[in-house]
Design a protein around this ligand. Sequence first.
Ligand code: ATP
Length: 360
Amino acid sequence: MARIRLDHIRHAYSPDLARVGNYALREVDHAFEDGGAYALLGPSGCGKTTLLNIISGLLTPSEGHVRFDDTDVTLLSPEARNIAQVFQFPVIYDTMTVRENLAFPLKNRKVAKDEIKRRVDDMLVRIGLEAKADRKAQGLTADEKQKISLGRGLVRPDVNAILFDEPLTVIDPHMKWQLRSQLKELHRQFKMTMVYVTHDQTEALTFADKVVVMYDGEVVQIGTPEELFERPKHTFVGYFIGSPGMNVLSCEVDGTDALVSGVRIALPGGARPMGSAKKTELGIRPEFVQIVPRGQGMPVAITRVEDIGSERIVRADFQGQKLVSVVKEGASLPSEVDVVFEPQALNLYADSWLVEGRAA
Ligand code: ATP
């Protein structure tokens, strides 16, 4: 297992694209700690697969270095990096049995026969396929095949990291949850560095200890699910994580207050260093926008209420800007209401990036 260091990585798919500044990865300078479970999360085209392929060695970055612990592996092939990969579609041998598929990477590495048997028997139990050990892989379901792919990575004693590229895409929705919890359990048992690419926030937030949010060729935040929810470092993270996403209101900053169309809102943590920001915005999650009786807060006009079972999503107009609040089912909702923003949940953004207060 290894710590994976991405040292000032940039990547353009051709010299011509680099010349016009069209980089699939603009600058990535981060580390994945040994034994961590990371998810790379972001919308289509933000560079997740490019980054994963640079870690595995399928791609050589245009600039920068990849290090596994102290070894520079930038120019090493995927085989030489001892990386296991699980792709969208299971990569297994259909004509081999489940047992033979699991033994294959060990045979290739000339592991002793009884060690192979011991490891394969153990893995069959861990991935829950011991009853199907001697069945040919071709008759198995997609999720069983994906478990074999996973087992083939985990069965090796020498693996530095295991990389997943949208591994649940072809799995039935009701099996996804089961496979995801099994994966998390296997991570707990093996403590292997895992990097998991997905554009599905539920998958990322349930699998990973740390989620790496990517946007437009950059890592915009690495954090625990709580950090991403409570303190989005970039307005994109606020919008992308959570459902509905964070409210982002255009504002001006006056000393220790934010002004939304003249409505004054005190900022926790006092004055912020705004520099020469062209755009200033206030972020507040819908869960922290309280609906209160008229006269007790700031006036809004409700435009729509959606019932989603245990909660209601209230959409409103606040000073000409859209505002969303989430309220518990059963809470009173008079026709004339005000809103109150929970002060500790206010985030201020300068040119889309979070500006920290003194004592947030
Ligand atoms: P998805 O979720 O759709 O797979 P992604 O976040 O994994 O997206 P990448 O596949 O890494 O994103 O793509 C990042 C950018 O690089 C995109 O603009 C894409 O069009 C471009 N790109 C990807 N592969 C190539 C390629 N082989 N040649 C040229 N451009 C490419």
